[in-house]
Design a protein around this ligand. Structure first.
Ligand SMILES: [Cu+2]
Length: 108
């Protein structure tokens, strides 16, 4: 009528793995505050468009860097993901008259 030691040890091990996993997930999201994404902006048709798109993106709170390429029809945006989101960036270009869509994300 006694609990085998190995069963208790297994429980302990499982508990520590679980809490470590949670901690890793939590600190991971807390550290990934700065993100750089590439938005595809297919609607830019002349050389003034990128300026309009750039201004719209720079107005979004949390955005630290914007690079718009007319040739590539894309915008590379660096932002603080605690303050804004890809959705907010897409909305900002949309309000300026240009639809945009997430192309790729680099985690730095
Ligand atoms: Cu234009």
């Amino acid at each position: 009528m006694k609990t085998p030691v190995s069963a208790q040890a297994k429980k302990l091990l499982l508990a520590s793995i679980l809490s470590f996993g949670l901690l890793a997930a939590w600190s991971g999201s807390a550290l990934a505050a700065t993100r750089t994404v590439t938005l595809s902006v297919p609607g830019m048709y002349c050389e003034v468009c990128p300026i309009t798109v750039k201004k719209a993106l720079q107005k979004v709170p949390g955005v630290s860097k914007v690079n718009v390429s007319f040739e590539k029809k894309e915008a590379v945006v660096t932002y603080d993901d605690a303050k804004t989101s890809v959705k907010a960036l897409e909305d900002a270009t949309f309000e300026a008259g240009y639809e945009s869509k997430l192309k790729e994300e680099k985690t730095k």
